[in-house]
Design a protein around this ligand. Structure first.
Ligand SMILES: [Zn+2]
Length: 225
């Protein structure tokens, strides 16, 4: 009899808990979390979906307290020694170090260096987009990770209009046109050796730098157009 009573109370408590959970499930946050965990379990993937920020390497890379390196997807912050590199690094430090962050993956989970490729969310702030919005990183899309391209490009457009951060300095002298490959998200000066390697059937001519940036392309790191 006692055991039956205990079971009875268990099911009442479970029922109350389920009813209390419905609004949380509905608001999408928990549903999204469950979906992501389910995805990674189904994929046999043990990549973390949460971590605590440890130390920052530069404006787009940090380590978690567990020692995993995280490369922020879809963006590129100025390299060490370049303008705004220190500001970008400091800002990323403010946003992630000592904080619990959510890690959201796209198609590729890691890069060739074993770094986790993530969109990082800290206290409800999407860190990748925040850095672009503040002019502390430019959009840098690598196939096949295209999920958030439109949102990042639109944040970059707004940052350019406001001349925030990296967009506050005058752009390099313009070329009569630029080149890209249909298969890549970089654009080049016509004289760049990488531009000359693009096969004619894939080459696309762009009339100006702004059009290239608005198309989600980023300047080649060799010819720096
Ligand atoms: Zn180039």
């Amino acid at each position: 009899m006692k055991r039956r009573n205990q079971q009875h109370w268990f099911w009442i408590a479970a029922g109350i808990a389920a009813v209390a959970l419905i609004p949380l499930l509905r608001n999408g946050w928990i549903a999204g979390r469950i979906a992501r965990v389910a995805d990674s379990v189904l994929a046999g993937d043990d990549r973390p979906t949460q971590a605590v920020g440890g130390s920052v390497a530069d404006g787009d890379t940090f380590s978690t307290l567990d020692g995993e390196a995280v490369r922020l997807l879809g963006i590129d912050a100025p390299e060490h020694g370049e303008l705004f590199s220190q500001q970008a690094k400091r800002r990323l430090r403010e946003l992630v170090v000592g904080r619990e962050v959510d890690l959201v993956y796209d198609v590729e989970k890691t890069d060739r260096y074993g770094r986790l490729l993530c969109h990082v969310h800290a206290d409800g702030l999407w860190v990748n987009k925040a850095l672009v919005s503040e002019g502390l990183a430019n959009v840098y899309i690598v196939r096949p990770n295209l999920d958030k391209t439109a949102e990042l490009v639109s944040a970059q457009k707004a940052a350019r209009t406001r001349k925030a951060g990296i967009w506050s300095v005058p752009p390099p002298s313009p070329e009569p046109y630029y080149l890209r490959s249909k298969n890549s998200f970089r654009f080049h000066r016509p004289s760049c050796k990488l531009a000359r390697e693009i096969s004619p059937k894939n080459a696309v001519k762009l009339t100006n730098r702004e059009a290239a940036l608005d198309a989600g392309l980023s300047p080649c790191r060799t010819c720096r157009p």
